[in-house]
Design a protein around this ligand. Structure first.
Ligand code: GLC
Length: 432
């Protein structure tokens, strides 16, 4: 504005005015050095009845005058987020400062040198407050690259009202789950009542379901030597079981296109007996307008014949800082604020985005508003992480079409397993 008001005399005697201005600038005290800092915070769209992030961000800004946070949301599908980050981080200058990261990406991003090393910036004691299963995937090569933020664990949801009607308890084995579905479906005589919903679409969620199946059958994805499917016979049983669920009508054919939200909505509409999903679904089932309010229970995932017990996979999100940020201090402050106890409590209270801080699972207010929290905490403590390796996404994207081909009967389990082993063996031939 000042320039504009001086524009008229400029026409009269420009050189004179210019020297006057220069003189003025020299006498003027230097403008305050710290320009307002704007942090760009990229995160997944928050699923759930409300979004606590805008409120938390405003609170952070109020505590850090001079720092503004622009939060920008990405689609909630993890593979789409990964694609976005890889494209943007591979090229050019940083487009964002703080990133919400799926737990499975941290070693990959650290190895690619996209993340700021937080080892010296986060006090050890701060990390000790979180589930070890959340800290482990935030750590790579002995350094800490991200801060645990949201904890996820695979759970079995069941219709407590329907099971009670037939005197049944939540199934401990998949065999029992199938038997219960058949019994309830036959007795209810409702053609629209599906049995067991899970995530069978070709994406990361499918690999989570596969891993949980492998663990439930006493085997795993990677052997000690890093080889894929160390026990192919047990892996074949798991793939065969998933396919049979569809063949026998225990799961509807559309599970081959189902992600977390599609399966959660169908169960929430009262159209299924069992559902595998993450904890966020419970809050949605308990909304006043929900058709299944008060009718849903949570149990550990069942086991297969060769497994000692079922375990959910851990999942969730970390917060990382772009290594090329121009504002590392402010970015780390935002990360520590959002992952702090107060912010995690706000998130857990609002949308059941569960905390990575173990003490919050015993917090009186949270337990009152979310009675299943202690059970979810116990199931999280017993859960297992997906392989922590920079090659996880490569493994997953190789496996996804193979598993999908089994579900839609294009390949047999044995063919898919053999093909995945060959492809992964070839891709990792130099890193073993
Ligand atoms: C959830 C989990 C994440 C997982 C994804 C799979 O977002 O938090 O860890 O990779 O689901 O769909």
């Amino acid at each position: 504005m000042r320039h504009l008001s001086l524009a008229a005399p400029l026409i009269v005697s420009a050189p004179l005015l210019l020297s006057a201005l220069l003189l003025l600038a020299a006498c003027e005290p230097a403008p305050p050095r710290s320009e307002p800092v704007t942090l760009v915070f990229k995160h997944a769209r928050i699923l759930g009845p409300s979004d606590p992030l805008p409120g938390l961000v405003r609170e952070f800004e109020a505590r850090h005058p001079g720092v503004r946070v622009k939060s920008e949301s990405l689609p909630w599908n993890t593979d789409e987020q990964h694609q976005f980050y890889v494209i943007n981080l591979e090229g050019g200058s940083p487009a964002f400062d703080v990133m919400m990261l799926d737990v499975i990406w941290v070693p990959e991003f650290a190895q690619a040198r996209w993340l700021l090393d937080l080892t010296e910036l986060l006090p050890r004691a701060e990390l000790a407050a979180h589930f070890p299963a959340a800290v482990e995937p935030a750590t790579w090569g002995g350094r800490v690259w991200a801060m645990p933020w949201i904890m996820n664990v695979g759970l079995l949801y069941y219709r407590a009202d329907l099971l009670a009607r037939y005197g049944l308890r939540p199934p401990e084995t998949y065999e029992a789950l199938v038997a219960q579905v058949k019994r309830i479906q036959a007795a209810e005589g409702d053609a629209r009542l599906d049995g067991f919903l899970w995530q069978g679409k070709q994406y990361e969620g499918l690999i989570v379901n596969l891993l949980e199946g492998l663990w439930a059958n006493g085997t795993r994805l990677l052997g000690e030597d890093g080889r894929l499917f160390p026990d192919p016979a047990r892996a074949e049983e798991v793939l065969g079981f998933l396919r049979r669920l569809i063949d026998t009508g225990v799961s509807p054919p559309w599970v081959t296109a189902a992600d977390e939200e599609l399966s959660r909505r169908a169960f929430g509409d009262g159209r299924a007996i069992f559902l595998r999903n993450w904890p966020y679904a419970m809050d949605l089932f308990e909304l006043p307008e929900s058709r299944v309010r008060g009718k849903v229970g949570i149990a550990p995932l069942p086991r297969h014949a060769h497994g000692a017990r079922g375990s959910g996979a851990t999942g969730g999100a970390h917060l990382g800082v772009d290594r090329r940020t121009r504002h590392p201090e402010a970015a780390v402050a935002l990360v520590r604020f959002l992952a702090g106890a107060a912010a995690q409590k706000t998130m857990a209270a609002g949308v059941a985005l569960n905390p990575t801080r173990t003490a919050l699972y015993r917090d009186a207010d949270l337990v009152r508003s979310h009675p299943s929290l202690p059970l979810i905490g116990a199931l999280t403590a017993a859960a297992r992480p997906r392989p922590v390796t920079p090659y996880y996404l490569m493994l997953s994207s190789t496996l996804q079409p193979e598993v999908s081909a089994v579900l839609v009967k294009v390949k047999t389990p044995a063919e898919a397993i053999a093909q995945a082993r060959r492809t992964v063996g070839y891709m990792l031939r130099d890193v073993r």
